[in-house]
Write a protein that binds this ligand. Sequence first.
Ligand code: ZN
Ligand code: ZN
Length: 241
Amino acid sequence: MRFPDSLFQNISFPCPGCDSDDAPPGGRGFCPACTAKLHIYPDDMLFCPGCGGPHDGALAVCSQCLAEPVRLWQSAAAVFPYYGFGKKLIREFKFANRPEFARPFGALLAQAVSRSNFCPDVLVPVPLHFSSFWRRSYNQAELLAKVCGRELDIPVISALRRIHAGTKQAKLGRRERHVLKKSFLCVKPDKLKGCRVMLIDDVLTTGATLSAAAGVLWACGISELAVAVAARTPAFGAMTQ
Ligand SMILES: [Zn+2]
Ligand SMILES: [Zn+2]
């Protein structure tokens, strides 16, 4: 049974980052101390359309995106850098059976999508392979998309399937990650044709996974594409200065 969100709006939940009682009602965010530690990108930051991270130059995309193949999407939204405390929480969300992070991360992602100037018709989460799904019992990207979709009143369509688990990305070199081709299959092409699509994932590192998914979506006849992620890997040294 699914309860309407309005039931939860005024209920206090502990902060998912530290268990304090200082979080906003409805479980839609973190306490001020955790929010500060996440280094959430400010609304007035100049965003890179390739990754949603900080734009650090005068070119079309940031220096990290310049080192990657041309992006297959026109804009990107991200919430915070994949570093330190934010990285720790994302890893708990993915690997430590903590689906409750979907609510605050999804609400923050909705804010990032709102300021991105891209108005999607549908949100499409990046899928897990069924073997990973079986181990974890939930797909963190799908949970993020569902919370984000509810916040923005945009439908979520789980239109992609992963067709082989492949080698773990962490074991692959940068070039090998771009050989993730044939990893995805669109199972609902009729529902995406002509749509403005926003692909949702938890983390953007090189963008190889999102690129593989993007190629499949374009082949379905979508009209526009953007990506939104909770966290973006920061440039080397950017968070230690
Ligand atoms: Zn906290
Ligand atoms: Zn970038």
